[in-house]
Every structure is written in C-alpha cells, then in structure tokens.
Design a protein around this ligand. Structure first.
Ligand code: BG6
Length: 502
C-alpha cells in the first residue's frame, strides 16, 4: 500500500452517553443500516458505556426476540456480498456491546399513550430516530413534543433524526418544517441524507479547498461544464408502492444530487463550523435557477438486459401501474446564478436500470487559452476532465494531454488518478456511522437545514408541476438512458461521459 502520504487521524473521542430511540424498530432500515452502523461505532470504541437503544414498533416484540432477530440478521450479512454491510465475520465484542443494550417496546405512533409511556421511561440525553414512513414524521414529532420529550432540561439533549423523503414538494416540505419547528428548535432536528454519510462525498470539500492547485481554477473562467451522475443498474425492486407516486426526480434530485452539487459548487465556508458550511450550501441551492421542462428529460425503462440477463420493464414490476408515467430517469441542465458559475451549465442525470453503476462528479475544463496546438497539422486536443468518483470505486481520475513518444509533437490523452482503497484501509461502513456519531455529538454539519430543503424543493417545483401529466421517454434497461437526454447535451455541442466504461 503506498502509504507515504497517509497521515494519522487523531484519536476520535467517544460520543456522550445517550439513549437512541428508534421508531420503526422492526423495519428494514433498522436491520440493514442502523444496526451495522452501531456495530461499527462500537467496534471503533466510539459508543459510551451508558449508550442504549430503545426500539419502538407497532408490532409486539420482546427484548430477547429482537436481540435474537438482529443477531441472526447481522450474521446473515457475512454470507451476503450484495448487502450494504458485508463483513467476513461479526466481531463478538462489538456486537455484544450493542446487543446487550437493545430494548424494545410496542407502541402506536399515532397514540398519545405511546409518548406518555416513553416520557415515563426516558431520562437524560436522547436521540429519536424516525425510521418510519414519511407520513409519520409529523405525528411522531408532535407526539414527542406534546409529551414534553423534546425539552432539553438540565443540560440533557433531545434530538430528532428525520429520514428522507422530507416532503414531496415545496408545499409539503414547508408544512412539515412548520409542524416540527412548532415542537422544538431547528438545532434539535437532524434531517438525514445518506449521501452525506459517504466518506468520499465529505472528502470533496477537502479535495477542493485543501489543494491550492485546484481551488483557483474551480470557476467559470476555466471550467466548461460539470456533469453529475448517479446511475444505477438495479431496477425499482420491491419498492414499487413507494416509487410510483415518487419517481426519480423526487427520489434523487432535491436531496442526493443537490448534495453533490453543493459539494462541487459551493463557495468555501469561513470555517468548518456547522453553520458556516450549511450557510454556504444553502446559498448555493438558493442560487439554482428555477428549472424548466425545456432543460429537462424524464425517462422510464423498458425491458432489456442487465448483466447479460433479461430484465423486465418498469411497468411490469410489482406494485407498478401497467400504464405508469412515473419517471425512472431524469436528466437536467441547471444554471447557478452567481459570479463563480456564470455561464457554466451543470448537467445532472440519475436513473435506474442503466448501463453502469456510477456516482460521480465530472468537471470538464476549457481548452488552453493560447491556441498553441492549432493549425492544419495540429493534433486533436482532448478536454481535461476531472472525475471525482464516489461509487462504486471511490477516487478520482483526471484526463490530461501528454506528448506521444516519437519525433513529432503528437498528443495523447491519458488518465491519471487514485483510488481511496490504494491509500486507506477501507473500513466496512454503511454510511450511517458518521451521521449517528455526529448527531450524538451535536454536530449538524452533514444534515439538512430547513431553508436548504425548502430551497431545493423550490428549485424543482416548476418541473414537478410541468411534469404532472407529461409522457416519459422510453429507454431500454441496460442502456445509457433515453435519446432525449443525449439531445439535451448535443444541443450545446456536448455529450455525456458514457456509463458503460466505468
Ligand atoms: C435512495 C433512493 O435514497 O438512494 C433509492 O430512495 C436509491 O432509490 C438510493 O437507489 C441510492 O443510494 P446509493 O447509496 O445506493 O447510491
């Protein structure tokens, strides 16, 4: 491992003791992500002895039954290489630490008695985790507030983590903010976006602002355009019921893609204090020009091939309407109305059942300002492109022009880059470790603030309205997406980087 430039990280302090109350204890998120994240935190010695979990679920569960069930699930991950959390074996010390601290109680999220019972049971620091369907976000926070569970008395904190989707349009996001902010302070709410838990997404700020050779050229004078991609090869899987009224725009754009956009385009914050960082992110999102249907494409996958096997059309997936107009693909051209990005288009695309799995930001630079390599015998110049890769193989790749060996000045484009895995030990994280840890420590940096969420919905709202009954452009499963998305860039004399050559 080329570790010459790897610096030691200073000792990370333990999170203060607290009770993590998980609403939706029996749910999928708790099993797949929260428990592995707690296990990893325990393994790193980051949870205090006084840490405990209290699960709340509408189904009857016992402490022992829940512990056994979760132990079996953790064990099953060792055999499932496709699970978000996959480890060769489960380290007993770390898992026992978590398992022995698991308790569960039955409760209806809409019944005041549930919250009265919790109030009788909870003392000191508490993080409430809302791993429940979005329709319960408001009622649970109201229940907590009415029972006095959000009052931060005697130096003890009371915090609430809210999953996505936070609203389904501007109006509903505003209404939800209003509901929850009537019960507690903004600083007590941690609106989660799991993309911000990805180590390499957080690293984007380091890459941009810790490298003098990048920061000065990260602007319109030097950058031609920016491409942000979150492409998946999987289909809608068993989530048809959720996905049908949601679609790719709501599912991915105002949250995940805008988080990537912020990381790529925000101004440097004055410090890494949460409010400095969140303030810059908010300004960036507010500077996104309202989107128009002329600059957007929606598509839906038809039958095709993925990994050599036949796969079904979206309309044939379970719990999907056979005449569905829900988009499984979106491509957008955005403009950011500020000085740094004047005239630089940002092209965003996301979709399911595409030719490759790839989450990345690709920054394409302008040609050299002095036309030294022009004229009739001039070699072709490829644009410099810096690709900041998040998934599946985190790292970066930059295309540079070099001289081809030989007597003449002929150029060749080469790629230079790095993979995180070559420099750092890839800890098996699920992305929720840092988010949970930060919440317990009261660090809101990676969480979404009310104003940013509303600004994001405000930017996509015109499209949501325009697309209400709009048709979807078909694309074959396993392809690069609909042709209309290629046309969107071709119009500007540009083309997407292919997905197939990851
Ligand atoms: C989720 C979306 O928030 O993010 C899913 O609801 C999507 O539809 C997923 O598949 C993508 O996340 P990741 O981390 O797998 O890229």
């Amino acid at each position: 491992m080329p570790d010459a430039c790897v610096h030691d990280t200073p000792d990370t302090p333990q999170a203060p003791p607290c009770t993590l109350v998980v609403f939706g204890a029996g749910g999928d998120l708790t099993k797949r992500l929260l428990m592995p994240a707690l296990y990893n935190l325990a393994g790193g010695g980051l949870l205090a002895d006084g840490f405990s979990v209290l699960g709340v679920d509408h189904n009857p569960l016992t402490d022992q039954g829940w512990r056994d069930d979760l132990s079996a699930t953790m064990e099953s991950f060792t055999k499932d290489t496709s699970a978000e959390f996959h480890a060769k074996s489960i380290e007993p010390k770390a898992w026992d630490f978590v398992r022995d601290r698991l308790h569960v109680t039955q409760g209806d999220f809409t019944d005041e008695a549930t919250y009265r019972a919790l109030a009788g049971r909870l003392k000191g620091n508490v993080v409430f985790y809302l791993a429940v369907a979005a329709r319960f976000f408001g009622p649970v926070v109201e229940g907590l507030g009415r029972a006095g569970l959000l009052k931060e008395a005697e130096g003890a904190f009371r915090r609430v983590i809210i999953e996505k989707p936070f609203g389904s349009d501007l109006e509903s996001a505003r209404a939800l903010n209003k509901t929850i902010l009537a019960q507690a302070e903004e600083s007590q709410f941690y609106r989660i976006d799991h993309f911000m838990g990805k180590e390499t997404v957080q690293s984007l700020l380091a890459i941009r602002f810790a490298n003098r050779m990048l920061e000065p050229i990260w602007r319109h004078e030097h950058i031609d355009h920016v491409e942000i991609t979150a492409a998946e090869t999987i289909g809608v899987e068993e989530r048809g019921r959720f996905y049908e009224p949601t679609g790719a725009l709501r599912d991915m754009v105002p949250n995940h893609l805008f988080q990537l956009l912020c990381m790529a385009a925000m101004e440097p914050p004055d410090s890494f204090d949460a409010e400095d960082v969140r303030g810059e992110k908010s300004k960036l999102v507010q500077a996104i020009r309202p989107m128009t249907p002329e600059n957007a494409v929606r598509g839906q996958y038809r039958a095709g091939k993925e990994g050599g096997s036949d796969v079904a059309a979206y309309r044939d997936e379970s719990n999907v309407d056979e005449a569905s107009h829900t988009e499984t693909y979106v491509a957008l051209k955005l403009e950011i109305g500020n000085e740094r990005w004047a005239g630089v288009p940002f092209y965003l695309r996301t979709g399911k059942r595409l030719a490759g799995r790839r989450t990345e930001i690709a920054v394409q630079f302008k040609p050299p300002s002095f036309p030294l390599f022009q004229g009739k015998d001039a070699p072709k110049l490829d644009a410099n492109v810096m690709r900041l890769r998040i998934d599946p193989e985190p790292g970066s790749a930059t295309r540079l022009n070099v001289k081809r060996p030989g007597p003449q000045m002929h150029l060749a484009a080469i790629e230079t880059g790095f993979r995180y895995g070559d420099f750092f030990d890839p800890a098996p994280t699920v992305g929720y470790e840092t988010l949970l840890y930060d919440c317990m420590r009261g660090d809101t940096t990676l969480f979404q603030r009310a104003d940013t969420i509303e600004a994001a919905w405000a930017a996509v709202d015109p499209l949501l309205k325009a697309w209400k009954d709009a048709p979807v452009a078909p694309y074959a499963a396993g392809s690069e997406g609909p042709k209309a998305a290629d046309d969107l860039l071709a119009r500007d004399g540009r083309a997407w980087l292919p997905l197939g050559d990851a």
